[in-house]
Design a protein around this ligand. Structure first.
Ligand code: GAL
Length: 679
């Protein structure tokens, strides 16, 4: 059954961020934008993101005339609107009247007005002001026929260290430890370096130490939890104001792939639909990582709500904020945009619709360039994408089916990256999760990206890279999953610390996980960047371990590979253990990717999780499915600069744009074709 973002408009959205306030003195541009909207095959504009100064020029004096006019114009042009709340950038008068709305930096200095995203999430004044403007917007536009959804704020992020926030942090930890300072002392292991607390009043934000170590891991972890919680609480206050006045429209906020400070899974609970801003570095030296890395995060945002998401921002042509702002090669705009749809997006949206004349983003890619007309390469590329979206509109609301899940966990990331061991500077948690997803992507197997507490029973295979922090719930969940027949593939650093970042006693991995995996992990050898350790499978094939090798003991597990060099030569590098009716694999070292590629292929074959294409495609080529009942839609993608001829397909398909019937497909460089299953 199809699920639409908004039943009133059951179509794929194509459009993006529009800042008409920058053109308030040249309104003929607004009319020209409406003409161009149709020529670009676009049907949506996101407005109001940075409009607060225009909507409330003085405290309590509102002027909605510009938004009234724009919404009517977009609707008259056949378009729809995603309407933003303006909290990402407050008006100047507010900072002057209420300095508490501005953030305080870690060194205790309150910032000036200057940038956007510079507000305290705790400030009662800011919360009140935001709720007031949000209520007004929701009351005024909640029933406007153009408005499809609410875009709450913009890319939440950043931290404030003001006294209000520090007080809120004290209350947060007091609640967490039920007012019992001894519980806090134990959880934070506060006798370390004599840091014992005698009262919650002594609790301060962490940081500022000269040893560049996190002195009390539990404190740092709780601080990160608090900052995330406070941001989400602020968002909830914003969303509540909108929902009260306008209960019918869905709510989203735009999130960022790999963003560390906010536990997006918790944030997702406040929204109806997830949305993401995606700016991969196509054609950079990292180009080959981009397709699966980007796909990993699309899968993540789809899994958040287990329904289609929105690609809220992407760059037409280029961005302006990377070290090198390279143009996307012909085809790449369309390919990158439709990749999101392949993974469950029901929109392709851009930042930005039109380039401004001034300001920091005047050279950022846009649908409409400074030349101001439709005769540009980028405009034509956008119009082409729009044409494709119209041709495949029936894909809107369909699902992505998955039999595999990868565990990705914020709290684990915080605890792991914060602990001093292994590679101190960068333990590469996100990178590693993306790398474990890569062989799935190459086979066209989409995955759900789940939390360790999620129900794992729907999956044939669950991959758990670097799950250092495992609380009781996680231990029970993983154990039950394997016991009941699941296949679990975990790697080095599993089960070392509990939810307070206290190490487990009695051997790693924690508690009963030793029995599940049939191993005991005794030591970890960190390798220098240029070092490798030889790993040999029992069939003699050799691979290379990098970064770190755990020295583990098989306690019932079957050894699939051993180290062949170093003083631990002969000890297990990869094991498998039958437990209950399932299997638990343990990879004790990071490898260059080849070992996992091979083992992943073997496991998928054993589980009968088939690649989407009948033959292994060339490098950087893949095909992903969306489905609804009997209908299947195949997105065949070529991320290489070489054309492909005669790529075989499973069964017969119809090209949704040309109508051509196919059993094999040709692709240009940086091309995508979308096919519907015939038989
Ligand atoms: C996003 C932001 C947009 C714009 C864009 C430029 O992070 O939400 O407002 O700044 O980046 O790429």
């Amino acid at each position: 059954m199809k699920r639409y973002i908004n039943e009133k408009f059951p179509h794929l959205l194509h459009g993006g961020d529009y800042n008409p306030e920058q053109w308030i003195d040249t309104k003929e541009i607004w009319d020209e934008d409406m003409r161009l909207l149709n020529l670009a095959n676009c049907n949506e504009l996101t407005v109001g993101i940075f409009s607060w100064a225009m909507l409330e020029p003085q405290e309590g004096c509102y002027d909605f005339s510009f938004l009234d006019e724009i919404l009517d114009k977009v609707y008259a042009a056949g378009g729809r609107v995603i309407l933003a709340t303006p909290s990402a950038s407050r008006p100047r008068w507010m900072a002057e009247a209420y300095p508490e709305v501005l953030r305080v930096s870690e060194n205790g200095v309150r910032d000036r007005y200057r940038v956007r995203h510079n507000h305290c999430y705790t400030s009662p004044v800011y919360r009140k002001k935001v709720q007031e403007i949000n209520t007004k917007l929701a009351e005024r536009y909640g029933k406007h026929p153009a408005v499809l959804a609410w875009h709450i704020s913009n890319e939440y992020g950043g931290r404030c260290y003001c006294p209000l926030c520090e007080d809120a942090f004290r209350s947060y930890v007091k609640d967490r430890y039920e007012g019992d300072i001894d519980k806090l002392n134990h959880a934070w292991w506060a006798n370390f370096w004599g840091h014992r607390y005698t009262s919650f009043d002594q609790v301060e934000f962490p940081g500022g130490n000269r040893e560049s170590l996190s002195i009390l891991g539990g404190l740092t972890l709780d601080f990160k939890r608090f900052c995330s919680h406070q941001t989400i609480d602020f968002m909830k206050a914003e969303a509540d104001a909108v929902r009260t006045a306008c209960p019918d429209l869905p709510i989203t906020t735009n999130m960022m792939p790999g963003f560390e400070p906010i536990n997006y899974r918790e944030m997702a609970q406040v929204m109806d639909v997830a949305s993401v801003d995606s700016y991969p570095s196509w054609h950079s030296p990292q180009h080959d990582r981009c397709p699966y890395r980007t796909a990993f995060w699309f899968d993540f945002f789809r899994t958040m709500k287990h329904r289609s998401f929105l690609l809220m921002e992407s760059a037409p042509g280029l961005v302006n904020w990377k070290d090198f702002n390279k143009l996307k090669r012909p085809g790449m705009d369309r390919l990158g945009a439709l990749q999101a749809v392949a993974h469950g997006s029901d929109s392709v949206q851009y930042f930005q619709w039109r380039k401004g004349r001034g300001g920091a983003e005047k050279f950022h890619g846009a649908v409409v360039d400074h030349v101001g007309c439709e005769n540009t390469r980028i405009f034509r590329a956008v119009a082409e994408t729009g044409k494709t979206l119209k041709a495949i509109d029936e894909v809107c609301g369909t699902a992505v089916k998955t039999r595999v899940a990868v565990i990705y966990d914020w709290e684990n990331r915080w605890a792991l990256e914060n602990s001093s061991f292994f590679v101190k500077a960068d333990k590469k948690y996100s990178f590693t999760c993306e790398e474990y997803y890569a062989p799935l992507w190459r086979r066209g197997i989409s995955a759900d990206i789940v939390s360790p507490h999620d129900d794992l029973t729907p999956y044939d295979l669950v991959i758990a890279p670097m799950l250092y922090m495992t609380d009781e719930t996680t231990i029970q969940n993983l154990t039950a999953y394997v016991e009941q027949g699941g296949t679990l593939y975990a790697t080095y650093l599993l089960g070392m610390a509990n939810e307070n970042d206290l190490c487990y006693l009695g051997g790693f991995p924690a508690k009963g996980l030793k029995e599940v995996f049939g191993i005991w992990n005794e030591e970890l050898d960190t390798l220098y960047p240029e070092e490798t350790v030889c790993v040999r499978m029992t069939d003699g094939t050799e691979y290379r371990a990098v970064d770190g090798c755990e020295i583990i003991h098989a306690k019932g597990a079957q050894v699939l590979a051993t180290y062949e060099s170093e003083f631990y030569a002969g000890s297990p590098a990869l094991t498998v253990h039958s437990y209950g009716t399932g299997k638990a694999y343990y990879q004790a070292c990071r490898d260059t990717g080849e070992l996992w590629e091979r083992v992943c292929g073997d496991i998928l074959a054993e589980l009968n999780v088939l690649p989407t294409l009948p033959e292994a495609p060339p490098h950087n080529v893949t095909a992903h499915l969306r489905e609804d009942g009997d209908d299947q839609y195949l997105f065949v993608q070529n991320y290489s600069d070489a054309p492909i001829q005669g790529l075989p397909l499973r069964g017969e398909w119809k090209d949704m744009e040309s109508g051509e019937k196919l059993c094999a497909v040709d692709l240009d460089a940086f091309d995508i074709r979308i096919l519907k299953k015939l038989s």
